[in-house]
Design a binder for this molecule. Structure first.
Ligand code: FAD
Length: 396
């Protein structure tokens, strides 16, 4: 019989970990593995808030895929997936077609705007290297524009929609960057406003309330204004309309208020909730023995029946499990259920400041910031070993 074909869609946290494990565990000629990704690099999503604010260079948040995988063992195809056709066991790329025996879907999430008018058209999102380059350049441009039109203080007003993990981490960096930009462009810092608008009754839902309070105080001291419990009703080219119709004029709205799964998955006919497939205990799409779904594309529930939040941490663990189960499937062995092991969460609040929960304890300030650094270095080590830690680690 012919060699089984495994196709992995997306070189994010889930796809990269699946590939790395497969290349280690598969024997010679046991399977044909193809990894497809839009770009020829993997981006370290958990680091994107820094290049977005301009406190780090975008290149430090990406790694060339050829440096991660062994191209003698895995074929890498740089292309964009345009359609998944489970009924034909095929994937349509922008420039070709791939057929598979086993498919792994790890295309990552998309921004969810909850139908807020104008949000998709007028706001920026922190999602990829390209999207953060745009934010970074745009912010600098606003300072330059203000020097020519000094009555336009809306150039210096930055609105961040959403006080989740991504929004808060970005605000921490932006608040650090503002004084630098003011100096560079000779702008009076008191004219700059960073406003966080969040509809929920608290920032960082799911975090310990004492840590949330700490985080908000750190950011307030850096000049951030919080509008918690305030919904954005509309986003326009001139700013946002909040609450009962109040307008906040701003040329820079960054939306971090929601993540959903991927449109391609809905279009493929899988049963989804907000673009995510509710997978079985071995991460397969219901009714498809040969399709595994990972990371932000999947939906899994904890023992209490609540969905796990989409994180890099769970996506990586799923990748490891998926590789194991692919090898087991090929060898006709029994599959291992996925069990999430929560190692904790740390959110950075800019230079030297963070909050976190790990090992059943709360952390804040320098210790938490150090933990964050360790988590980032550990990730670099997992995907690229010591060489990658030395190459990229010094920037973290
Ligand atoms: P992704 O990592 O998003 O990868 C998807 C890949 O698919 C990408 O390489 C993309 O280019 C590719 N792709 C997409 N569409 C196509 C297509 N049509 N064709 C081909 N390729 C395609 N999680 C944590 O655990 N800890 C944190 O500290 C943390 N911080 C975060 C900070 C920020 C600023 C952000 C945005 C997220 C953060 N997260 C964090 C969440 C975490 O990044 C995601 O949950 C994780 O990236 C999901 O991994 P994934 O493998 O599902 O997809």
């Amino acid at each position: 019989s012919s060699i089984p074909k495994i196709v992995i869609l997306g070189a994010g946290y889930g796809g990269v970990l699946t590939s790395l494990r497969l290349q280690k565990e598969l024997n010679y000629n046991e399977a044909d593995v193809t990894l497809v990704n839009k770009h020829d690099y993997h981006y370290i999503t958990t680091h994107l808030h820094m290049p977005a604010a301009g406190t780090d260079h975008p290149d430090n948040a990406r790694v060339s895929i050829s440096k991660l995988i062994d191209e003698f063992k895995i074929d890498f195809v740089k292309s964009t997936v345009v359609q998944i056709r489970p009924q034909d066991r095929k994937v349509i790329l922008e420039d070709g077609t791939l057929s598979y025996d086993y498919l792994v879907i790890g295309l990552g999430g998309e921004s969810e705007t909850f139908g807020i008018p104008g949000m998709a058209e007028n706001a920026f999102t922190i999602r990829s290297i390209n999207s953060v380059r745009l934010i970074r350049e745009h912010i600098e441009y606003q300072f330059a524009r203000f020097k020519r039109e000094p009555h336009r203080t809306d150039y210096l007003t930055f609105v961040i929609g959403g006080a989740g993990f991504t929004g808060i981490e970005f605000i921490g960096e932006l608040a650090d960057r503002i004084p630098e930009l003011c100096k560079q462009f000779d702008v009076d810092q008191s004219l700059v406003k960073v406003i966080n608008v969040e509809a929920a009754p608290t920032a960082l839902p799911g975090f310990d309330p004492e840590l949330v309070e700490y985080a908000m105080n750190v950011l307030r001291k850096k000049g951030v204004t919080f509008r918690i419990g305030t919904a954005i009703k509309e986003c326009t080219p001139d700013g946002v309309i909040v609450g009962e119709g109040e307008e906040i004029k701003s040329q820079t709205v960054i939306w971090s208020g929601g993540v959903r799964g991927n449109r391609l998955i809905e279009e493929a006919g899988f049963e989804t909730m907000r673009g995510r497939v509710k997978v079985d205990e071995v991460l397969r799409a219901p009714g498809h023995e040969n399709i595994f779904v990972l990371g932000d594309n999947s939906l899994m529930f904890n023992p209490e029946g609540r969905p796990y939040p989409p994180t890099a941490q769970i996506a990586m663990q799923q990748g490891v499990n998926c590789a194991h189960n692919l090898v087991a499937s090929i060898r006709n062995q029994s599959l291992k259920p996925f069990v999430f092991s929560n190692k904790g969460t740390v959110a950075s609040l800019g230079k030297g400041e963070a909050i976190g929960m790990a090992f059943g304890k709360k952390y804040k300030g320098r210790v938490a910031a150090w933990l964050k650094k360790m988590i980032d270095l550990r990730y670099l080590f997992i995907i690229g070993g010591i060489p990658l830690v030395l190459r990229k680690g010094k920037f973290l």
